[in-house]
Design a protein around this ligand. Structure first.
Ligand SMILES: Nc1nc2c(c(=O)[nH]1)N[C@H]1C(S)=C(S)[C@@H](COP(=O)(O)O)O[C@H]1N2
Ligand SMILES: [Mo]
Length: 200
């Protein structure tokens, strides 16, 4: 008898429904993927810096960050190495909230995400202003674990997951697009999974 796994069945359904981007396969697990080591988190010294071309630079402590208004987002997650994990429920702070407070200059068209350990990635500012883009400290039902970017990571569901920086510590507003860690090594500057923008 032919045995079709639940994963395979789900994968076929989602592919037929157009929800699984081209070249992706469904995972029911959550792989851990990053370069370098997992940083230590000390809530007493942690800050999130928001700077570059902004009217009002910020340096938020963990306590400041926790006092911001919160959102919950359910979204899929697509890694360029071809796995997709569906229906993640993230909680945290909308990037819109940070942008409203920092007030970027009109020429600030791009944002560089800076991480503990030196990882960086670039996105147009307009992409970070989408309603489902957030700085997440929770992957429900649990707080975000260190291997998945805890205490805080970016989540940009509509772009490949390398644009969702783990252990984020800074947002730098700039006037031109500038390659980050993987973009410098040949990954696409934008990274849309629907158009399979894997490599630049
Ligand atoms: N700081 C940092 N963030 C990162 C990465 C990294 O190497 N360093 N890798 C990216 C890549 S390629 C992917 S697929 C996702 C993986 O997130 P996960 O380990 O929670 O599944 O994190 C992204 N964010
Ligand atoms: Mo990835």
């Amino acid at each position: 008898m032919r045995r079709v796994t639940q994963r395979k069945r789900l994968e076929r359904e989602h592919r037929n429904a157009g929800r699984l981007p081209p070249g992706q396969s469904l995972t029911l697990k959550w792989p851990v993927l990053h370069v370098g080591r997992i940083p230590e988190f000390d809530p007493a010294t942690w800050t999130l810096k928001v700077g570059g071309l902004v009217e009002h630079p910020l340096e938020l402590t963990w306590e400041d960050f926790q006092a911001l208004p919160r959102v919950r987002v359910q979204a899929d997650f697509h890694c360029v190495t071809t796995w997709s994990k569906f229906d993640n429920v993230w909680e945290g702070v909308s990037v819109r909230t940070i942008v409203e407070r920092a007030r970027p200059h009109p020429e600030a068209g791009f944002v560089i995400q800076h991480c503990d350990g030196g990882y960086t990635t670039n996105t147009p500012l307009s992409d970070l202003l989408r309603e489902d883009v957030l700085l997440a400290d929770t992957h429900r039902p649990e707080p975000l674990t260190p291997e998945h970017g805890g205490p805080l990571r970016m989540v940009v569901p509509h772009l490949y997951a390398w644009k969702s920086a783990k252990w984020i510590r800074g947002l730098e507003f700039v006037d031109g697009d500038r390659a980050g860690y993987w973009e410098e090594r040949g990954y696409h500057m934008y990274g849309d999974p629907v158009r399979e923008q894997r490599f630049g």
